[in-house]
Design a protein around this ligand. Structure first.
Ligand SMILES: C[S@@+](CC[C@H](N)C(=O)[O-])C[C@H]1O[C@@H](n2cnc3c(N)ncnc32)[C@H](O)[C@@H]1O
Length: 278
């Protein structure tokens, strides 16, 4: 079967890996016009819905948390619903980001400086941080009940994204803890960030901010940046996400507050930016 994958981010890559032996993937689609023409695993990003005419395909896999909007756009473009498949994996994994983490952690081999993740969901990436930094205390911040309505309001007011209250509620502290290789190093902060950061006073060598939304990302930068050691990295996930526009704005607003541009390096996963502490 000839297949198109709508969504050229981490979810799209994961779906590609899942189906490539079974189907012929003839192209990626993505609503972000900047991605048009780029290659993902050697396969071209053809463009958005407008790129469909002239492409020979049997099925479109929708690979994005914004699947409802994409499905609507495809139907408006005349695509039959029977040709669409929505199959979003719950745990998204990026080999590129994993390799970055493994190589980065080698720079801090044996460290007892702390690490943290803001936005843990089901603990997939957190378990990798725990494995790569076996001697570091790992602070994990999440509501473990999905997005908070206060943050959703900010998203909607600013047209950053269109999240729903139930998003990411399918998790638990127990599930996350069951994935950890060094559970004694984990400190869970359950609830609304930044409120749950009160009283945390540590020095960090690695932080992954993966809250998705403007307000907690900005608060995460305010909280962690001053606590990072020189040369260490805060990874901000979704910086390049075309449907989560608040993430980039949060970084830019933090820089304005800080009064200085922060050194930024893309890590090559199409999603994350590394902010280097000077
Ligand atoms: C994309 S998921 C994180 C994915 C995770 N890093 C992984 O490896 O699979 C985003 C998470 O951020 C959490 N979150 C968003 N805003 C939050 C806030 N203000 N306080 C606490 N958690 C928040 C959500 O509950 C959700 O679990």
């Amino acid at each position: 079967m000839k297949v198109l994958i709508y969504g050229a981010g981490m979810v799209g890559e994961q779906i590609y890996r899942n189906i490539k032996d079974e189907h012929e993937v003839v192209g990626f689609l993505d609503s972000n016009a900047e991605k048009k023409g780029r290659l993902v695993n050697g396969i071209k990003i053809l463009g958005g819905v407008e790129a469909l005419s002239g492409v020979d395909y049997d099925r479109i896999y929708i690979a994005s948390t914004f699947w409802k909007e994409i499905k609507k756009a495809l139907m408006e473009a005349g695509v039959d619903e029977d040709r669409m498949v929505v199959d979003i994996p719950e745990d998204v994994d990026s080999p590129v980001r994993n390799t970055f983490l493994e190589c980065y952690a080698k720079l801090f081999a044996g460290t007892t400086l702390a690490a943290a993740e803001g936005g843990v969901f089901r603990g997939e990436f957190a378990s990798k941080i725990n494995r790569c930094f076996p001697d570091s205390k790992l602070y994990l911040f999440d509501t473990f009940e999905g997005f908070d309505s206060r943050d959703i309001e900010v998203e909607k007011e600013n047209n950053y994204s269109n999240p729903e209250p139930g998003n990411f509620s399918n998790t638990s502290v127990e599930l996350v803890m069951s994935k950890m290789q060094h559970p004694e190093k984990i400190e869970i902060h359950k609830g609304y960030f930044p409120e749950t950061a009160a009283g945390v006073d540590d020095t960090f060598c690695f932080v992954n901010l993966d809250f998705d939304l403007y307000h907690p990302i900005l608060e995460g930068l305010r909280f962690f940046y001053p606590k990072m050691v020189r040369g260490s990295v805060i990874l901000v996930h979704d910086y390049y996400h075309a449907g989560l526009l608040g993430v980039k704005d949060a970084v830019s607003d933090f820089e304005k507050e800080f009064g200085k541009e922060i050194i930024k390096l893309p890590i090559g996963d199409n999603q994350s930016i590394a902010l280097v502490k000077e």
